[in-house]
Design a protein around this ligand. Structure first.
Ligand SMILES: Cc1cc2nc3c(=O)[nH]c(=O)nc-3n(C[C@H](O)[C@H](O)[C@H](O)COP(=O)(O)O)c2cc1C
Length: 323
């Protein structure tokens, strides 16, 4: 195993980052998932920066953890992620986020969404390594030295030709960690993830890399580490399909039983009920079922029962019958 670990100095010790997922991995989800298995870091959903500096309430909405020392209750640091193209606006927002207690800043150069890319944010910037450099270096210069600046990128926009140039620009800009989702923007989320291409980039840069994409199981994690040459992994959809995936990977824990997963869905509802987001709960729960179906055959059956229900209490009553 190569020594690519930045999250601790210990070579070979695997670190797992919970992936940012806009509209899915929110504050409540981060709390639940980091209580179920070991994580070393969470990244928030992206804050889209255009031409303004957001006020603290906006950052608190994206990361309520800022009010509890910038960590989940399990003590896992939660880093605010910024997305945008203007180095100065990005840097000014980074300063607000870190002043509020974000334990570092993560920069999104991977978002494939059309509206975001049309406005020159996310993966479209992978065509311009020089712009990546400017954004990273400007943010690095603006936030306190002791706070890490990390980046998340894909392998490219239409192809992977500039992948190494992008990684180099990010390293030269002063980032201390780079997560690579092993697909181009054009690949979308289509399997496979090209883990081997991360290894090629590894040979050209020295900043620590984290491999990401299509890690659904312990076996996938092992294979990804070998093929990518990265010690550290980021997991996203896999952790929604199997909520204790990080414990399965790290500790060889048994996959969470279906009944426990149903209890977790109810916990999620209770958590969000106290939140301003509760209007979204029926659709959030249905969305989670779409992921759970991959791991649990029972989820398919239950989803059929709830998919037309609109009222939260009706949905929760159906889930409770599983306990
Ligand atoms: C619904 C959804 C929302 C996402 N939102 C973000 C985001 O806000 N920031 C980001 O860097 N990546 C985002 N991603 C990409 C994930 O972080 C991750 O790179 C991708 O899902 C591949 O990893 P996985 O196979 O482990 O899910 C999102 C992905 C999905 C499916």
């Amino acid at each position: 195993m190569t020594n690519t670990s930045l999250l601790s100095e210990q070579s070979g010790a695997m670190k797992i980052i919970l992936a940012p997922m806009e509209g899915v991995v929110d504050h409540a989800m981060r709390e639940l998932l980091t209580a179920l298995g070991p994580y070393d870091l969470c990244i928030t959903e992206f804050v889209r920066v255009v031409d303004q500096v957001y006020k603290p309430p906006y950052f608190h909405r994206i990361s309520p953890e800022l009010r509890q020392g910038g960590t989940t209750r399990a003590g896992v640091p939660v880093r605010v992620q910024l997305l945008g193209q203007h180095p100065d606006w990005m840097a000014e927002n980074a300063v607000v986020a870190t002043d509020l207690g974000s334990p570092g800043i993560d920069i999104n150069f991977g978002c494939p969404a059309k509206t975001v890319n049309r406005n020159k944010g996310g993966a479209v910037l992978l065509q311009e390594p020089e712009t990546l450099y400017k954004i990273v270096s400007r943010i690095r210069a603006a936030v306190p030295d002791h706070l890490p600046v990390s980046v998340k990128m894909r392998l490219g926009y239409e192809n992977t030709d500039l992948a190494t140039d992008c990684a180099r620009a990010i390293e030269d800009g002063g980032a201390s960690l780079l997560t690579i989702h092993a697909r181009t923007k054009v690949d979308g989320y289509r399997p496979p993830a090209h883990w081997h291409l991360i290894k090629d980039i590894r040979q050209q840069v020295s900043l620590p890399l984290v491999a990401n994409g299509d890690i659904w199981s312990r076996a996938d994690a092992e294979k990804c580490r070998i093929v990518s040459g990265c010690d550290d992994l980021m997991i996203g959809r896999g952790a929604l399909c199997l909520p204790n995936l990080s414990a399965v990977i790290q500790d060889d824990a048994a996959p969470m039983a279906w009944e426990k997963t149903c209890a977790l869905l109810l916990d999620y509802a209770v958590f969000v009920r106290d939140d301003k987001q509760r209007g979204y709960l029926p659709s959030r729960l249905k969305q989670w079922f779409r992921y759970l179906k991959r791991q649990y055959p029972e989820a398919e059956i239950l989803f059929e029962k709830i998919k037309r229900l609109r009222e939260l209490d009706q949905i929760l009553a159906v889930i409770k019958q599983e306990l």
